[in-house]
Design a protein around this ligand. Sequence first.
Ligand SMILES: [Zn+2]
Length: 415
Amino acid sequence: MSLLLKNVSHQNKITDILIDNGRFSKISPQQQPLDAEIIDCRNKAILPAFYNLHSHAGMSIFRGLSDDKELFSWLNQDIWPREAKLTPDMIHLATKFSILEMIKTGTVFFLDMYFEQQEILKAAQEMGVRTISALTGLDLFDPNKTKTEIEKIEKYISCPDHDERCAKGLMIHAVYSVSEELIRYIVKRSQEEGYYLTLHASETAKEVEDCLKTHGCTPIEYLDQLGALGPKTIVAHAVHLSDEDIALLARKKVPLCTNPVSNYKLASGLFMLQKLQKSGCILTLGTDSMASNNNLSMLEEMKLCALSAKIQSGDATAGNAEDIFNMATINGAQAVGLDAGIIAEGKLADCILVDLNNHFLIPNYNLISNMVYSADSSCIDTVICNGRILMQSHHVNGEEEIISEIKKLSDYFRN
Ligand SMILES: [Zn+2]
């Protein structure tokens, strides 16, 4: 079935956009296809949807459970003990709840890293979004755990693939939580399988100091020595980088994913956006989890990213709206090999329709500026992924049931 977006505003012109077989097939006014579902898009503008390059969707059940702590005590005292209680069913439900929030805020792809990644794949498939679901390797330097982690990885790799929208990947939790043996194993297996690899690195000053003491080099240099860096490795956080780290990341074409809200909430530091941009690094944007954010809105993330680039550099021209919007859309899509992130004929039909009568978008001198600096999720009326409508008139099918189930589950974790 084709979809016709009738009278939609695209780059300040009113046109029709035909979607066929999951792609934008024709952009021109006054189209009259024989067989297409028609959406009346008067007073709506089309924009690319968002690509969230760093999430832990299964953690949505921990939103607001523990705030205002530093990273290591937050993980050790509050998060890891509770994660031990999560069952596959709980992770499945929590992931659907995260995806619901992503759709409501215009996101159609998330690079996820957690446990029970099969459940994340299933949830993404059911909700109609795209994902790369990366199984997290985390052995805390315990040789017995290294073995079980390797078994888990092999089991995950051997699982059948789901569909073209949902792919498997692997993750190295961090250099402070994963042994050299397991890092080497994950790197090797992801290369053999052609998977995307992702990891947390250089998130805090302490992580870098500890790595310098233990390995005599920075986390980025250490990961490079173990063969982990390349264009299919997405490095999350990358807050504390030396000039040598930056040159290495640029040379190896490693996409970086900044997570401003999470970094500032945990007082990790300010991302050096302008410096990284000038060095030619590939920059993308992510939310991290609901436990450390505490929401999954890429709109919030864009605004904070732009503001922090200015504060960090002391230059108000840093982090301009267009660059930040590109980080959340086309840069993210390209970093994970998707032919998407732009509204153009032949590209994958991932998009949002925004309401031009929403007060946040008025006056509309510059829609991208409004999206980065002014908009909230109430501006997003419709979300389409792979040519399929996931949200229309702000409603997602099945949302009431997901919300009711997650409320019940939260009672279990209350104490
Ligand atoms: Zn993370």
